[in-house]
Design a protein around this ligand. Structure first.
Ligand code: DAH
Length: 342
């Protein structure tokens, strides 16, 4: 076989092989078999030593030309194979972003927390500071400083958990008023949220643990109109401009005069419904002008300063806000109930 035929048969065989193989590694092996140290074309080049000096240049040229063609053929195939491999890799690694996944289960805010946030944000918007106090409280702050001396009949209204003679679980957030008056100078404008405790039986509207938000404002010339205006602004902000407040005379030892506050029923907007028992009004809080005796006991001169205070039952307005009929739902932690408040 002449050199030309030899080259041609090597080339043709390689061409066929290249069509069959389909990865880069196989291609490089094929390249070695032809162009490598022990490759068939390299062997052909070596065999030139047996040719006569006259024949050599032409043979050398032929072999070199064949080498270039074969090289080009290999490179072209290599490009194709590389592209194909890349494509396969992309396919293998593709993410199906539409595939449904098990998401981590996220908790939700408790409805009482949602309403607390709303009330506090409305109150801080009106210039109130948020202040907290201890849940285990001295009788002194919970009662005495609020004009509820030992053996006073008004103490009966609050069924108290006593730790000992002088320590109670606070029955309301009002002791935070007393603590703040003793520690800050007027003007004072505070909102005090927190847990309170009473020895009540559990039913649809009672719980031994519940929450209140206390408000207290002390300054020069503060009057009942400011109290009404503040509560009006608060509830309009919370529930809408059509909501009004109504004061009814009441009694608390720590305020004089005292009032019970009704709100336009948020469910029927005043028309009368089951929630407001047909009256169009719902009771939401107690309030009044801070009793001068309380101011004096807490180190504030009642001739110089006056103040108002109010105490909101948080569960009560949470129930009104969401139309919840049984208070127990707020404590049981039933996910079917809680997941509705996303
Ligand atoms: N502390 C009262 C209670 O628990 C609520 C209350 C009424 C708070 C009148 C006040 C107030 O600050 O002025 O029933």
């Amino acid at each position: 076989m002449g050199i030309r035929e030899n080259i041609e048969s090597i080339r043709a065989e390689l061409e066929q092989e290249l069509q069959r193989l389909d990865d880069v590694k196989q291609l490089e092996e094929a390249r070695q078999r032809v162009l490598g140290k022990k490759g068939s074309l390299t062997a052909l080049l070596r065999s030139m030593g047996q040719l006569s000096p006259e024949e050599r240049p032409a043979a050398g040229q032929m072999i070199n030309a064949g080498r270039e063609r074969i090289s080009a053929m290999l490179d072209e195939r290599l490009t194709t194979l590389k592209a194909r491999e890349r494509e396969r890799k992309l396919e293998r690694e593709a993410l199906d972003v539409t595939e449904p996944r098990d998401l981590p289960r996220l908790g939700v805010a408790h409805p009482t927390s949602l309403v607390l946030d709303e009330v506090l944000s409305a109150l801080t918007g009106l210039g109130f500071d948020v202040v907290e106090g201890p849940e285990i409280e001295l009788d002194h702050y919970n009662f005495e400083l609020l004009n509820l001396p030992k053996n006073h009949p008004a103490r009966d209204a609050q069924d108290t958990f006593y730790v000992d003679d002088n320590i109670v679980l606070r029955t309301h957030t009002s002791p935070v008023q007393a603590r703040t008056m003793l520690s800050r100078k007027p003007p004072i404008r505070i909102a005090c949220p927190g847990r309170v405790f009473r020895a009540d039986e559990v039913d649809a509207t009672h719980s031994p643990v519940f929450h209140q938000i206390e408000g207290l404002v002390i300054d020069k010339d503060v009057n009942m109109g400011d109290l009404k205006g503040t509560l009006d602004a608060l509830f309009k902000r919370l529930y809408g401009d059509d909501i009004e407040t109504r004061f009814r005379p009441s009694f608390f030892p720590f305020t004089e005069p005292s009032a019970e506050v009704d709100l336009t029923c948020i469910s029927c907007r005043g028309k009368g419904c089951r929630m407001c028992k047909g009256t169009g009004w719902i009771e939401v809080l107690g309030c009044g002008m801070v009793n001068p005796k309380v101011l004096t006991m807490c180190g504030i001169d009642p001739n110089e300063y006056t103040g108002f205070a109010f105490g909101i039952g948080l569960e009560r307005i949470t129930m009104l806000r969401y139309g919840i009929k049984d208070m127990r739902l707020l404590y049981e932690g039933d996910e079917r109930f809680l997941r509705q408040f996303r």
